[in-house]
Design a protein around this ligand. Sequence first.
Ligand code: SF4
Length: 481
Amino acid sequence: MDCGIFGIVGKKPQRRNFKIHRGLGTVDQAFNKEFLDEMGEMGWKIFFALKGLQHRGQDSSGMVISDNIGGGHNRYSTTGEINKENIQPIEGNFYGAPFALAQNGNLINTLELKKEAEGRGADFGKNCQLDSAAELEISDTRVIVKLIETSPFHDFFDALREVLLKMIGAFSLVVFYRDKVIGVKDPFGIRPLCLGESADYYAISSESCAIDHLSIQLKREINPAEFIVIDSNGISSVNWTAPLKKKICLFEYIYFARPDSVIEGVPVYRARKKMGQYLAYEHRLRLILGEAIVPVLDSGLMAALGVHEATNIPLAYEALFRAHFSFGRSFISGPDLRQLGVSLKFNPVLFDIQGKRVVMVDDSIVRGTTTPKVINFLKKPKELMGMTIGGAKAIDILISSPPCRFSCYYGIDTWRVKGELIAANCQGDILNIKDQIGADYLGYLSLENTIRAVVESDLTRKLCFDDFCTACFTGNYPILN
Ligand code: SF4
């Protein structure tokens, strides 16, 4: 799962009962005002942080509050069904003491770990059979919780470390135990997790945008293999294993993270704008013809600004108006409603692009099923009060990342659409992809300049070119089972 996780610790000790609340859908759907009022200031803080991480998952949301600590999770499921049982944080019991765990990322040895947990006496319920198909039904986070519960170690921290050493994959965890919040990253540091502090609170979060909302200052990114324990007395940090060569998910900078977040010292908006500038440079000969730049909102906006700044081609920001409906995809039921698809997401406003050669800027093309519909939207005349507003004359598409040819097994759900990745099916032949989506021109950003845009945006000047996972573009997977 590429999800949002969050934890917070108050610096003034208070006594609260262990309370957990979870619900399907968005943060607004999962929690109501009565519950938040009952949880007090801490509950509201967690609610606002989870709203800040809403873009990372809308399938379900959960919150835990205990003693002076709390946190939560927004789920975007890539393993485990969308059902109430899999909503995180998932709670467990360690020798009579409750704990809860929230995860961002994906394990690639879930089935082996489940077998091991069952061998130790863990019960996953009769619906969870031990075959490969069942792997899709189990939440890897539930397996981690069961392994901790059945660990031979009697100390919680020893038990957690014992389980971490068995886990293979990309994971950032937030664990809630007694008066402590524990933050953990995998040895490659693939998924983001940052640390923040204010006068009254410590916090850990998938992205800094969530702690910004609480006026908590970003301190730093949690390091690969770091095991950070926070309580009202402060922070302690050790490595739970030897860190390996850093492999930060490059896709976080291209698409997944919110542009106002800072990951590993890189302001995401700045990296995306630079990607746009490099994109403009790489396709400068074609851009001579461009008359209007249309960003695919929201994720293509920053790159489109970069193309605009580099070329001075006017920005038709509103040509593809993005409607923000506040329900998750799982709540759209019925084939007729689902067919509305792209119309529910975008509404074309053609006034500034009619008859023009448009440069449409997007972050990526995965299956290529949406892009032809968007092209059709922008080219097709629209009837308005008896008048006809003409569409664009031509649509050139610029993509601010390389062709996405390989599945991700570390938290972004492209493994589900294996066999449907358009760039893989076209063997990376860009002319073929262009013809399939019906564009007049298609240009991608090279991998070298995608990484360069991130490295050059690093405020700390510490990142190197080989600090990134690029597997979905290159097939070079940093972790193999
Ligand atoms: Fe990110 Fe792609 Fe690596 Fe997955 S395969 S972690 S999406 S860079």
